[in-house]
Design a protein around this ligand. Structure first.
Ligand SMILES: Cc1ncc(COP(=O)(O)O)c(C=O)c1O
Length: 321
C-alpha cells in the first residue's frame, strides 16, 4: 500500500485501480470490472445499472441485499421486492417459474433474480451449482436478469473446487468483496459486460463512490486476491473445529450440516437472554454477532488462527455452562 502508484480514479487514471480491475476481470473471464468501496455499494450499483423502476426482484428472504442494505433496492432502484422463503438460501428454478407474473397491464414486470453465494444469514451455505444453471434456463426463457451477491464467492470456490468462472458464469452481473475473509481493509468489485460496467461507473459516481488517489487501498485488494484465496481452506477447517466445540457445550447447538465454509451460526440452547450471554463472552474477549434473538454468528478470517479457536472454546467454558 505504501508503494502503490496512484492517480485519479474518478478521471480513470489510477494505475493500481486499473490493474486491480483488469486482474479481477481476467480472473472471472468477464469483459470488465469496477472497484467500489463496499459490498453494499457493489450490489446496489449492479441492481440499479441493470434495472428500471417498478421492476420486480425475486430474492431469498434472508438475503443481504434486502436485510442489511437499508432498503437499497427500493430506495435507489425503485424495485418491487418479492422475498421467497428458501432452504439454505437457494431460490430454485421452480420457485422462479412459479413467481413470474403474467404479462398484462395490471401486473408488475418480474425481471430480476438475485442469489447470494455463499449465503451469509443461512450460515455460509453454498448454493448448488446445478440448480443455479436451471434458474438460468428459466431466466432465459422469461427474460429475467440474474445478479449474484458473491461477497464470499471465494469461499464457495475453495470449498467446492469449482472455478470462479464456473461459479459465476450463469449470472449477468456479479459482486464480490476483497474485504471479509480475504482480508483487505476495504473494497468490493462489480463484474459484467463492458457496457454494463460503464453504467455502473455512472451509478457509483451518483452514489458518491468515485474516489481519487484510491490506488492505496486498491493495492491491498490486489494483494488480498493474489495471496489470500487458497488459505480460506484454513478458515473452513477452523469453522468446523469451532462449530463442533460450541455444539458440544450445553449453551449452544450448531447445525453442523450447515457449516460448509467460514461461518458458524450457534443457537442458544439455554433460557438466557442473548445480551447476557454476549456480555459473558465479551468478558473473556470472545466476540460474536447476535444474529437474531437466539443465535450468534461467528466468522473465521485470516486473523483468526486454529489456536485462537481452541483458546476461544477454553475461555467460553470458563464463563458459560
Ligand atoms: C453476503 C453479503 N453481501 C454484501 C455484504 C455487504 O458488504 P459491505 O459490508 O462491504 O457493505 C455483506 C456484508 O457482510 C454480505 O455478507
Amino acid at each position: 500500500m505504501m508503494t502503490a502508484e496512484v492517480g485519479d480514479d474518478v478521471l480513470g487514471d489510477d494505475p493500481t485501480v486499473k490493474e486491480l480491475e483488469q486482474y479481477i476481470a481476467e480472473l472471472f473471464e468477464r469483459e470488465a470490472a469496477v472497484y467500489v468501496p463496499s459490498g453494499t455499494m457493489a450490489n446496489q450499483t449492479a441492481l440499479k445499472a441493470n434495472s428500471r423502476r417498478g421492476w420486480e426482484l425475486l430474492c431469498d428472504r434472508e438475503c443481504h441485499a434486502v436485510n442489511y442494505e437499508v432498503a437499497g433496492p427500493v430506495v435507489h432502484s425503485g424495485l418491487l421486492i418479492n422475498l421467497l422463503t428458501t432452504e439454505r438460501g437457494m431460490i430454485t428454478a421452480d420457485m422462479v417459474r412459479a413467481n413470474i407474473r403474467p404479462k398484462n397491464i395490471h401486473c408488475p414486470e418480474t425481471r430480476m433474480v438475485t442469489l447470494e453465494n455463499t449465503h451469509n444469514r443461512h450460515g455460509g451455505t453454498i448454493l448448488p451449482q446445478d440448480e443455479i444453471l436451471k434458474v438460468r434456463e428459466v431466466c432465459d426463457e422469461f427474460g429475467l436478469i440474474m445478479h449474484l451477491d458473491g461477497a464470499r464467492i471465494w469461499n464457495a470456490h475453495v470449498a467446492t473446487g469449482l472455478s470462479l468462472v464456473e461459479l459465476t458464469r450463469p449470472f449477468d452481473s456479479v459482486s464480490c468483496c476483497l474485504s471479509k475473509g480475504l482480508g483487505a481493509p476495504i473494497g468490493s468489485m462489480v463484474l459484467g459486460s463492458q457496457e454494463f460496467i460503464e453504467r455502473c461507473r455512472r451509478e457509483r459516481k451518483l452514489f458518491g463512490g468515485g474516489m481519487r488517489q484510491v490506488g492505496i487501498i486498491a493495492a491491498a485488494g490486489l494483494y488480498a486476491v493474489q495471496n489470500n484465496i487458497k488459505r480460506l481452506a484454513e478458515d473452513h477447517a477452523n469453522a468446523r473445529l469451532l462449530a463442533e466445540g460450541l455444539d458440544a457445550m450445553k449453551t449452544f447447538s450448531v447445525d453442523l450440516n450447515r457449516v460448509e465454509t467460514n461461518i458458524v451460526v450457534a443457537h442458544l440452547s439455554i433460557e438466557e437472554p442473548i445480551e447476557s450471554v454476549q456480555q459473558k463472552m465479551a468478558s473473556v474477549g470472545v466476540w460474536a454477532l447476535p444474529f437474531g434473538p437466539t443465535k450468534f454468528r461467528f466468522v473465521m478470517h485470516l486473523d483468526v488462527s486454529r489456536a485462537d479457536c481452541e483458546e476461544t472454546l477454553e475461555r467460553l467454558k470458563t464463563v458459560l455452562s
